[in-house]
Design a protein around this ligand. Structure first.
Ligand code: PBG
Ligand code: ZN
Length: 327
């Protein structure tokens, strides 16, 4: 009989067959789980706009990390909320800063976890900006000196990788050479390379208490209208020494992920940010969307676009679904 059309449905007949021909996979080793650490003891403050996400004191954080290891998630990224903020964000580079203490506490008890530290100032500065202000403007070159100090103290405390999220120019090179000079040539840098000035960071600013007191982040984060520029940002970061490049947010920037992945031969991470998480949680909480289905779909979309790694607040839920063989 003549073959008139292709019967695509033959390969969709049952789950085993569908699994055999699946083009994309999602595994635990793709996941990086963001955590918020705050001073105090026995603290576990729910973040209202992010159901299931908490600010945790160091003791609670260490227990949480044990659970994460047991779930098979390989990595966490830490954000700190200091007790005191000042214009230079000094807690961020203090030997006894919240992150430095948190990393030491985790590393003392847990060996098999990649601890990544976010390198930014907005959670630490009294003005909430991602750098050192001169007047009302962030001074790029003064700020990157501080970023190098932050990264070094984090690594000295035991961080396995640093992730600069400030979007100052030249910070990757500054951090790379400062780490190298101090003997940390083996510590990778995951750079937030294409980080957009997005409205989707709203819930994070509640979680990390890092909203700017005036103005916005448009003088350093990328314009949402651009993607050629994202390629230039990534090219520059690779040139400066980034080992992994990141796109952020993820779900509305799949084109950017795909262009970067097809242009550069480096590992690409994507950050499914707080607003992406909150939208799914809110709709599901109202019974308007099936949370599990939409969560899985959102993450496969990011993988399909070409991301190798995903920073996501859903990491624990995904790991549990992988254990149940639902993914
Ligand atoms: C710090 C930083 C932010 C996020 C990660 N690092 C906030 C911002 O840039 O305003 C956002 C993460 C999220 O929304 O989940 N600069
Ligand atoms: Zn910042």
């Amino acid at each position: 009989m003549e073959k008139e059309f292709w019967r695509f449905r033959r390969l969709r007949n049952n789950q085993l067959l569908r699994n055999m021909i699946a083009e994309t996979s999602l595994s635990k080793s793709d996941l990086i789980y963001p955590l918020f650490v705050i001073y105090g003891e026995n603290v576990k403050n729910p973040v209202k706009s992010m159901p299931g996400v908490y600010q945790m004191s160091i003791d609670v954080l260490v227990e949480e990390c044990k659970e994460i290891v047991d779930l098979g998630i390989p990595s966490v990224i830490l954000f700190g909320i200091p007790e005191h903020k000042d214009p230079s964000g000094s807690d961020a580079y203090s030997e006894n800063g919240i992150i430095q203490r948190a990393v030491r506490a985790i590393k003392k008890e847990i060996k098999d976890l990649i601890v990544i530290t976010d390198v930014c100032l907005c959670e630490y500065t009294s003005h909430g900006h991602c750098g050192i202000l001169v007047g009302d403007t962030i001074d790029n070159d003064k700020s990157i000196e501080i970023y190098a100090k932050i990264a070094l103290t984090q690594v000295q405390s035991g961080a396995d990788m640093v992730a600069p999220s400030d979007m100052m120019d030249g910070r990757v090179q500054k951090i790379r050479s400062f780490l190298d000079e101090n003997g940390f040539t083996n510590i990778p840098i995951m750079s937030y390379s294409a980080k957009y000035a997005s409205g989707l960071y709203g819930p994070f600013r509640e979680a990390a208490q890092g909203a700017p007191k005036f103005g916005d982040r448009k003088s350093h984060q990328m314009d949402i209208r651009n993607s050629n520029e994202a390629l230039r940002e990534v090219q520059q970061d690779i040139f400066e020494g980034a080992d992994i490049v990141m796109v952020k947010p993820a779900g509305w920037y799949l084109d950017v992920i795909q262009r970067i992945k097809s242009t550069f031969n480096v590992p690409v991470a994507a950050y499914q940010v707080s607003g992406e998480y909150a939208m799914i949680k809110a709709a599901a909480g109202n019974g308007w969307l099936d949370e599990e289905k939409v969560m899985i779909e959102s993450l496969f979309a990011i993988k399909r676009a070409g991301a190798d790694l995903i920073l996501t607040y859903f990491a624990k839920e995904i790991a549990k679904l992988i254990d149940k063989k639902i993914i």
